[in-house]
Design a protein around this ligand. Structure first.
Ligand SMILES: Cc1ncc(COP(=O)(O)O)c(C=O)c1O
Length: 376
């Protein structure tokens, strides 16, 4: 499918060869044990027991793997995939570098758990500057970073990290494999939450990891089997069904983000606007060179928590909710979760509503929210 464009690749990703009488995407296989061959036991079939093996999961893995350009293993959530990678790869005495401005539960996990088992943890801002990678075992990048939306140059950093003997993993949650292909840019591993735009319907949790290294895949697969951090068959099937529309959903979300950014850039009552697709944005030079398309997520500052609440309450098309990448436009005041952001900082995830409706609604809601205390 590599010779086709994004929409075609999404529609066809991971589907089995057509056979008369079969559905396009087979339904979920609900099984803990499977019938075994009485003589050969598990050697006779790929399906022996549901924790290591499930055919619905394998089809989803084939689909995501095709889009990322590597082999894929899915996990029960993004956190399961990321923490699984960190715990499977790192040993006491190793050094890992993590984004200082990325998804904050990863930082919390590193401090609470990794440091507790003797792993040295360093935090680096996504936009740099990056230190020497001598002695580093793993560099985890998150680009664009959630929620600040800074961007890291994956190819340049991977080259430097590899020269020093470090592994490079990229959290591809915000971009999705249509937004960028970290394995093509030189990363050893992609890790991501499939809960967000990848599946996009706000109805399931999913994580995945992709790589071209058989050895790394073996390590994380063994980890997953041992810890049991697998998604259920129904969620895997739902995710695969949703993946088929990724191109369509992203096209609308990106268009909506561009239009909302244009609106917000023209308003004196909105500060700190960030979107890597905006030519004035500090992330734009690297993002526009590295990314195949821009995310539907942007961020800005409304000054204080009260004004954010007034804005969201006044909006008809903006739901107060965390997560991002879904069909419905959502706003999340990140400080309410303990994220290291200003009180009025908002991550806005544009949904698939009609662009004109969304822009008009956001403009009206900002007007209705009124002014804030003077912004510093
Ligand atoms: C960049 C990033 N990575 C990982 C995660 C964790 O994913 P999940 O919520 O599926 O565990 C998130 C969740 O918001 C995220 O934004």
């Amino acid at each position: 499918m590599t010779d086709f464009h994004d929409g075609t690749r999404c529609v066809r990703a991971g589907l089995p060869e057509p056979a008369p009488g079969d559905p396009f995407l087979p339904g979920p296989v609900f099984a803990a044990p499977y019938h075994l061959d009485p003589w050969q036991g598990p050697a006779a079939s790929a399906n022996g027991y549901g924790r290591p093996d499930n055919p619905t999961r394998r089809l989803l893995e084939a689909a995501i793997g095709e889009l990322e350009g590597g082999d894929c293993r899915v996990f029960a959530s993004g956190q399961a995939a990321i923490t699984g990678l960190l715990l499977a790869v790192l040993r006491p005495g190793d050094t890992v570098l993590l984004p200082a401005d990325g998804y904050f539960p990863v930082r919390a996990f590193a401090t609470a758990t990794l440091e507790g088992i003797g792993v040295r943890v360093g935090f680096v801002p996504t936009a740099g500057p990056y230190p020497s990678f001598e002695g580093v075992r793993l560099l985890l990048l998150e680009t664009p970073a959630n929620p600040g939306l800074d961007v890291a140059d994956v190819a340049a950093l991977a080259e430097r990290a590899h020269a020093a003997g470090a592994l490079v993993a990229v959290d591809n949650t915000t971009a999705t494999p249509l937004g960028q292909r970290p394995l093509d840019l030189g990363a050893d591993l992609v890790v991501a939450s499939g809960t967000k735009a990848l599946t996009g319907h706000s109805d399931l949790l999913l994580g995945y990891l992709a790589s071209r290294s058989a050895e790394l895949l073996e390590t994380v697969t063994s980890w997953r089997t041992a810890t049991g951090a697998v998604p259920g068959a129904f969620d895997a099937w739902l995710a695969h069904r949703s993946l088929a529309t990724l191109d369509l959903r992203l096209a609308r979300q990106t268009a909506n983000a561009a239009a909302v950014v244009e609106l917000l850039a023209g308003r004196a009552d909105v500060r700190g606007l960030r979107w890597p697709g905006r030519p004035e944005d500090p992330a734009y030079p690297v993002a526009s060179a590295q990314m195949r398309r821009m995310p539907g997520v942007l961020s800005f500052d409304l000054g204080d928590a009260d004004r954010v609440a007034r804005f969201v309450e006044a909006a008809r098309l903006v739901a107060a909710a965390t997560s991002f990448g879904g069909l419905h436009t959502t706003a999340d005041r990140r400080a309410q979760w303990g994220d290291d952001t200003a009180p009025g900082f908002v991550r806005l995830s544009c949904g698939a509503e009609d662009t004109a409706d969304l822009v008009a609604d956001i403009a009206a809601a900002l007007d209705a929210a009124g002014p804030t205390r003077p912004l510093s």
